[in-house]
Design a protein around this ligand. Structure first.
Ligand code: SAH
Length: 213
């Protein structure tokens, strides 16, 4: 597992691309500048790791496009020590970004192959999530709720109720909602039953699938 000057240079270029596309959160940009994205991808794709594109990983899934990761991370407004729930661990790249932002991360993945692979891989890079869970993200993680933030990294056909009810007051849910195309949507919990909702345009994700266990 190598990280070379070449990789670091490519990463800096990627950071500049993200800035040009409108990402301003310096902590998010620093995280992306630091994390060796090429190590999260299968070796055949090494040369592509620092393009602003999604790529295939195991189990027919994808590592999200860096812009999308940055955009969602920026919306979450993570503060050090925040308790964050991620749905769709996948390669663990977004998990690593959340760790760099100082979050206590809980992340759920429903593909066993990916869950196992990423559970082994992240600690090797020094990224220690509070907990990686093999399970169904539609249910959230009631035993660890409430969360300062919940981030869904797969396209949700609807907004799962547990994800809203597991937010702290003031907490944020960032979720792409839709079938073929998703609308990036943010909910901020204003009260027990009160949520503010804002939409941020179209994105494309692999689908958030129903439980298969
Ligand atoms: N954050 C990941 C994105 C992976 S793609 C990364 O940066 O690599 C979305 C992931 O969501 C896939 O790994 C997929 O298996 C997972 N997923 C789909 N439906 C799910 C569900 N119901 N619960 C948990 N994970 C789910």
């Amino acid at each position: 597992m190598k990280d070379t000057f070449k990789h670091q240079g490519l990463r800096q270029q990627l950071v500049n691309i993200l800035k040009a596309k409108g990402i301003t959160d310096i902590n998010v940009l620093n995280a992306i500048g630091k994390i060796p994205r090429h190590l999260f991808m299968d070796s055949g794709f090494l040369d592509h790791a620092y393009q602003d594109k999604a790529f295939p990983i195991a189990a027919d899934q994808t590592i999200s496009q860096p812009y999308t990761v940055a955009f969602q991370s920026e919306l979450l407004q993570v503060k050090k020590g925040d308790k964050i729930l991620e749905i769709g661990t996948g390669s663990g790249y977004q998990t690593a970004v959340l760790c760099e932002l100082g979050a206590k991360v809980f992340s759920i993945e429903r593909q066993q192959e990916l869950f196992k692979k990423t559970s082994k891989f992240l600690p090797k890079l020094g990224y220690r999530a509070k907990k990686l869970i093999f399970g169904d993200g539609y249910k959230g993680l009631v035993g660890e709720a409430p969360f300062d933030g919940v981030i869904v990294t797969a396209g949700a056909p609807f907004v799962p109720k547990p994800l809203l009810s597991q937010l702290k007051i003031g907490g944020r849910l960032v979720i792409p909602v839709g079938d073929d195309v998703q609308i990036m949507t943010m909910f901020i919990r204003k009260g027990q039953k009160e949520f503010e909702q804002e939409e941020f345009g179209e994105f494309r994700f692999v689908p958030l699938l129903e439980d298969k266990n």
